[in-house]
Design a binder for this molecule. Structure first.
Ligand code: KIV
Length: 275
């Protein structure tokens, strides 16, 4: 039986505990972003394990150059839309830049707003030891937290580039320490973005919580991609780690052009398409 078929037949809600069980039995975790009702419904019904309402919405939905401008209200809007559609997948909502780094009280109130207003299952935030207090306070309130290390796009102004992170020993050492810290304080999973595959595999083997990679090789416990990238909607983005599963930019352009042509030539609507 194909993986997709098996997933479709298993209608139980995906929980943080089930993700840990998946890691224990060696079943890889599938994760993809979604930001709206219609796409979230298709992705959930296709059998995705985890749907991430990523702050990449800032780029692919709002047209910003970075993830920094998106607001908590905007993330809540996307989270609510996705939650109306999803029945099975675990839904994670990103806390946006500036809503958790200031102090742990602010972090907790941002996380509570996301949970209360979207009804999502958990939140994700970027960083390690620097935001330990914020993560601990959110966890104390009973909100599951997914960590995010490596290339953390909310820090792009500090990095200055979207290139591979943790190639140098000192940065790799800090990443491993941060990953252990996140596990110790109670995060249920960690996203590792754009780091060497060998480092990501080492973290996945040392930790008991699932490690989900993006540009982090195949030695981790699951993979995440941005939906617009893997469906080929976002043509201008072609990093080495990206596999395109469709070419929707071309399909949509052809469909729209055909419609324009049919309207101009009065081929649409025809006799059968009117009352
Ligand atoms: O916002 C996002 O889409 C993400 C993924 C790249 C992991 O954080």
């Amino acid at each position: 039986m194909s993986v997709a078929k098996r997933d479709l037949e298993d209608n139980r809600k995906v929980t943080t505990h089930r993700l840990i069980e998946m890691k224990q039995r060696g079943e890889k975790i599938s994760m993809l972003t979604a930001y709206d009702y219609s796409m979230a419904q298709l992705i959930d019904q296709a059998g995705m394990d985890v749907i991430l309402v990523g702050d990449s919405a800032s780029n692919v939905m709002a047209g910003n150059v970075t993830t920094l401008p998106i607001t908590l209200d905007q993330m809540i809007y996307h989270g609510k839309s996705v939650m109306k559609a999803v029945k099975r997948a675990l839904v994670v909502v990103d806390l946006p830049f500036g809503t958790y780094q200031g102090n742990s009280k602010e972090a907790l109130s941002s996380a509570i707003r996301v949970m209360k207003e979207t009804h999502a299952d958990c939140i994700k935030l970027e960083g390690g030891s620097e935001i330990r207090e914020s993560i601990e306070r959110i966890l104390c309130a009973g909100i599951p937290v997914m960590g995010h290390l490596g290339l953390t796009p909310q820090s792009i102004n500090k990095f200055g580039t979207y290139t591979v992170r943790a190639r140098e020993e000192a940065e790799a050492k800090k990443l491993v320490e941060d990953a252990h810290l996140l596990e110790e304080i109670g995060c249920f999973a960690i996203v590792l973005e754009k780091i060497p595959a060998s480092l990501a595999a080492r973290v996945a083997s040392e930790l008991t919580i699932p490690i989900i990679g993006i540009g982090a090789g195949g030695g981790v416990d699951g993979q995440v991609l941005v939906m617009h990238d893997m469906l080929g909607i976002n043509k201008g983005f072609s990093p080495r780690f990206l596999r395109r599963y469709a070419n929707l930019a071309e399909d949509i352009t052809h469909a729209v052009q055909a419609y324009i042509e049919d309207v101009k030539t009065q081929d649409f609507p025809n006799e059968k398409e009117q009352y």
